[in-house]
Write a protein of this length. Structure first.
Length: 294
């Protein structure tokens, strides 16, 4: 990644996307400066680009960092901010100090986002910036997202939602504007890999993060989850990427490496990752990695 995204490319979008693009930019311009909650995902990256176009130097992208952030996501966020030409700030968040977060109930995401938005509000106030922006878009409303409630309580604005962007709209617009993350798979926090009701700890998050990093580097898989449940790992990948695991040597390496990280058993979900984040289920169709080569 190098250089800046040419922000005037919004002029060449298809008519429907141009209308949404202009509506989002207009909404952002209503604020006297803005902080953008920038993950490494395409939704928040597009908002950062729109905010840069709308507000220039009065827009700042901010990434929250904690043990739950997947490896390399911070580097991607930094590169994306550089690509756009928007100032980027990194803040440390301490959601793992909150028992309501670590107890890992169904509302865990609420407590995470509540912590993040408090940090962003403090930063925005210190910089004299009025708004906090996030990447929520229309398709997000079909999911159970406790974090959206935290955003509403914190007064966070969602320009993509206001302008009626769908996920497909976001990806197409990001692609046409030149954002390199336009087709990047979603990568929720590592805590989302742990079965609800099972405590979130730094050690577990470290195991999950290292496991996903190892499997990605070994196989080249893009859409991956390593689920954690009672010291066991369940690997989920996109259906089209399952073939990357159909090799005895690869399966043996993964089984051995993940057990060295501390997992007691390692299994592969035969159906494949469905494309939406979901709570780990106790009884999927599984096959132990070690037995696949026997």
């Amino acid at each position: 990644m190098c250089g800046h995204v040419p922000l005037n490319l919004g002029e060449s979008l298809p008519q429907d996307l141009q209308r949404k693009f202009d509506a989002a930019v207009s909404q952002i311009r209503l604020s006297k400066g803005a902080v953008v909650a920038l993950s490494a995902g395409v939704d928040s990256s597009l908002v950062a680009l729109l905010a840069r176009k709308a507000l220039g130097d009065h827009a700042v992208a901010v990434t929250g960092v904690s043990e739950s952030l997947p490896p390399h996501e911070l580097e991607i966020a930094k590169e994306t901010a550089k690509e756009i030409g928007i100032k980027h700030v990194v803040v440390q968040t301490d959601e793992l100090q909150n028992p309501q977060y670590t107890s890992n109930r169904a509302d865990r995401c609420y407590h995470c986002k509540d912590t993040l938005y408090r940090e962003l509000r403090s930063l925005a106030d210190s910089l004299g910036l009025e708004a906090i922006l996030d990447g929520t878009q229309v398709d997000d409303l079909s999911d159970d997202r406790p974090g959206f409630r935290a955003a509403q309580e914190a007064g966070v604005k969602s320009p993509l939602l206001i302008a009626s962007f769908s996920k497909a709209d976001v990806r197409e617009t990001a692609h046409m504007l030149g954002l390199s993350v336009w087709d990047k798979p979603a990568m929720p926090c590592l805590s989302s890999r742990i079965t609800h009701g099972e405590e979130v700890t730094t050690d577990k998050l470290g195991m999950i993060g290292q496991a996903e990093l190892y499997v990605k580097e070994l196989t080249g898989v893009r859409n991956l989850r390593v689920r954690y449940s009672n010291s066991s790992a369940r690997i989920e990948v996109a259906p089209g990427e399952r073939r990357l695991f159909f090799d005895e040597a690869v399966m043996d390496q993964i089984d051995r490496a993940l057990k060295q990280l501390g997992f007691m058993t390692v299994t592969l979900d035969l159906k494949g990752y469905p494309g939406k984040e979901r709570t780990p289920a106790p009884d999927p169709l599984l096959l132990p990695m070690a037995s696949l080569s026997q």
